[in-house]
Design a protein around this ligand. Structure first.
Ligand SMILES: [Zn+2]
Length: 226
C-alpha cells in the first residue's frame, strides 16, 4: 500500500515486481480498504493471473550453467561458488567462468555483470573478425564500436564507423560473418541497391538466404540478456 498526497481516489495497480499495489489519498480512512479490495476481488485475481502467465526472463536456465557463443566458436562453462560479503564476483580463466555469489543477490545485478563481461569479450572478438574479413575482401572501415543495440545487429556510418551488436556472438558463425560482410559492403554502397546485393553475394554466397535467417535470429539470444 502506498499513501499519495496527489491521489484523489483509491486506485489498484498490479505489476510484476510488487504484485498488488493500493494507492490511497493522504486523508483517506484506511478502515475502508478491506471492503474496497473485496469489491474488486475478481479484477485483482484476473490481473495477478495475467502477470503470472507472462514468461519471466529468469525462468529458464537461470543462473546459466554455460554460455555458448557459436559466432566466435567459444563456450564458457560457469561454476558458482558462495562468497561472503555483498558483491557478486566474476573471474574468467580460459573457457571457465567462476562466479562468486553472496548469500543474497539480485538477479538483475547478476545479469548486468554477465552483460558487461560479454561486451568486453565481444570487443576483442569483433576486432579480430572484422579485421580478418576486411583483409579478405578489401572492404575497409575507419573505426569499430561494439554496442548493445536493441533492434539491429550492426550499422555502417558515412564516416566509416562499423558498429556491431555484442549479441552477434550468440548467432551461428555464418550469420555473424554475414552481418559484418553486409555492413562492410556499405563502405562501397551506402544503400540496399541491386549493386549492393550483388557485391554482398560475391563475398558472402547465399547472402539473401542468410539475410532472411536473420529475421528470427533473436531466438538465439538468451532471455536473461534483455
Ligand atoms: Zn544495410
Amino acid at each position: 500500500m502506498r499513501v499519495s498526497n496527489r491521489a484523489r481516489n483509491v486506485t489498484l495497480k498490479v505489476n510484476r515486481s510488487q504484485g498488488l499495489v493500493v494507492v490511497v489519498p493522504e486523508q483517506f480512512d484506511q478502515a475502508h480498504i478491506p471492503d474496497i479490495l473485496a469489491s474488486r476481488e475478481v479484477w485483482i485475481k484476473n490481473q495477478l493471473e495475467k502477470f503470472q502467465a507472462l514468461p519471466c526472463k529468469f525462468e529458464h536456465d537461470w543462473p546459466p550453467s554455460s554460455v555458448e557463443l557459436p559466432g566466435v566458436g567459444v563456450t564458457f562453462e560457469i561454476n558458482y561458488v558462495n562468497v561472503t560479503g555483498e558483491r557478486i564476483q566474476l573471474h574468467q580463466r580460459d573457457q571457465q567462468l567462476e562466479v562468486g555469489l553472496p548469500e543474497r543477490f539480485n538477479n538483475d545485478n547478476l545479469a548486468a555483470l554477465f552483460v558487461r563481461w560479454l561486451k568486453t569479450l565481444a570487443k576483442s572478438h569483433c576486432e579480430n573478425i572484422a579485421a580478418e574479413l576486411s583483409a579478405l575482401t578489401g572492404l575497409n572501415y575507419q573505426k569499430l564500436t561494439v554496442r548493445a543495440q536493441k533492434t539491429r545487429w550492426g550499422s555502417y556510418s558515412t564516416r566509416g564507423t562499423l558498429s556491431l551488436n555484442y549479441k552477434l556472438m550468440f548467432l551461428p558463425q555464418h550469420l555473424m560473418r554475414h552481418v559484418i560482410l553486409h555492413e562492410l559492403s556499405h563502405s562501397v554502397h551506402m544503400n540496399h541497391s541491386v549493386d549492393f546485393w550483388n557485391l554482398l553475394e560475391t563475398i558472402d554466397p547465399g547472402s539473401k538466404q542468410h539475410d532472411s535467417q536473420l529475421n528470427d535470429a533473436w531466438r538465439y539470444i538468451p532471455a536473461w540478456l534483455d
